[in-house]
Design a protein around this ligand. Structure first.
Ligand SMILES: [Zn+2]
Length: 343
């Protein structure tokens, strides 16, 4: 559809998809002379925070799980006893966007480190702009990263790759931003744990998240924790408990990573004599490449798993499973040979 992503349009689209889910009929399979019936359960987990806020009717600054407002975000003890809307756990954790949200939290915090207020007052405006420039220049010089630069028409330069680089190089990132290095490391551990696709040790994870939230508010009490960070640290463990699969498998990354395929297919594999033909060809090639058999040949290894720190591994169950790791190695080789096919 050629239309703007408004709250109204998002709601209509979600209703339409939910209706289609309700109308799904069970799949019947004959297996070993037994009639099997497969019930399809579809989960809305690949949505980003913006969509969650639209469907739950929450302002982007508030939490759609506990309704917490920015001014209440830093009172960790009070939040723990707030009533929650359990139904909204089903929207998952948007693990891909989480990297970017945490990263932006840190750089915005860094811009304000000198005057230590959440909102930038008029008298601090120049100081803010100067520090922003300084931080951006440091990132460019130290890590070759373009940070927080607005791109005409599509957001900023803050993408998943920039964010992952930031957490992977915690020491340098701390030098560039002036933010406590341990806090950056802790958040990096949390993010790579939820992205890993492994089964998480929920009790250990919950404790680690709450303690991280406490470190946040004790170091930076003047900066209200953003709702997206609050969601992971305070509700992350409960969302994972509710999730039917390892949370990393429910990431919106699957569809986000299709954006570049979409562009490439549209440019090179479609007729351009009408919009209808273009869309038809595009859908055909998307269908081919998502065919269960074909996509199983090119199963992507979860590359986060290679980057898990020892501390992050303590948040997982069976983090020392050698069989699992040798399987990863095998997959890497398989992917390597398949990447030459590149279809
Ligand atoms: Zn909340």
């Amino acid at each position: 559809m050629f239309m703007k992503e408004t709250i109204e349009n998002t709601k209509l689209e979600v209703e339409d998809i939910e209706q289609q889910i309700r109308e799904l009929s069970n799949t019947h399979v004959l297996f070993d002379e037994e009639q099997l019936e497969v019930k399809n359960t579809l989960i809305f987990s690949m949505v980003d925070g913006k969509v969650c806020n639209s469907i739950t009717g929450t302002s982007s600054q508030n939490c759609y799980i506990c309704g917490c407002k920015p001014t209440e975000m830093n009172n960790i003890e009070a939040i723990k006893s707030r009533p929650v809307i359990k139904e909204n756990y089903r929207y998952g954790l948007s693990t891909l966007h989480a990297w970017i949200r945490f990263f932006e939290y840190f750089i915005h915090l860094s811009y304000k480190l000198e005057f230590k207020t959440w909102q930038v007052k008029a008298e601090n405006r120049d100081q803010y702009n100067a520090r922003k420039k300084l931080v951006q220049n440091k990132f460019r010089a130290e890590m070759g990263l373009l940070v927080d630069i607005v791109l005409q028409g599509h957001g900023t330069t803050n993408d998943g790759n920039t964010a992952r680089k930031f957490f992977k190089n915690a020491e340098t990132s701390s030098l560039c931003t002036g933010i406590d290095v341990n806090l950056i490391k802790r958040c990096g551990n949390i993010l790579s744990t939820i992205a890993s696709g492994y089964t998480i040790n929920i009790e250990a994870f919950e404790k680690y998240c709450i303690n991280t939230a406490k470190v946040f508010v004790s170091l930076y009490p003047w900066y209200y924790m953003p709702a997206s960070v609050h969601k992971i640290l305070l509700h992350g463990a409960d969302v994972i408990r509710y999730s039917p699969l390892p949370i990393g498998n429910l990431s919106e990354e699957a569809q986000e990573s299709r954006n570049k395929d979409y562009k490439m297919y549209r440019e090179h594999h479609t007729r351009k004599n009408s919009r209808l033909n273009t869309n038809e060809d595009l859908l055909h090639i998307l269908l081919i490449s998502t065919d269960p058999y074909i996509s199983s040949l090119n199963r992507q290894t979860n590359y986060y798993s290679k980057e898990l720190t020892m501390e992050a591994r303590t948040l997982l169950i069976q983090h020392n499973d050698d069989a699992e790791y040798s399987k990863i190695e095998e997959d890497m080789e398989l992917n390597h040979s398949l990447s030459e096919l590149n279809f």
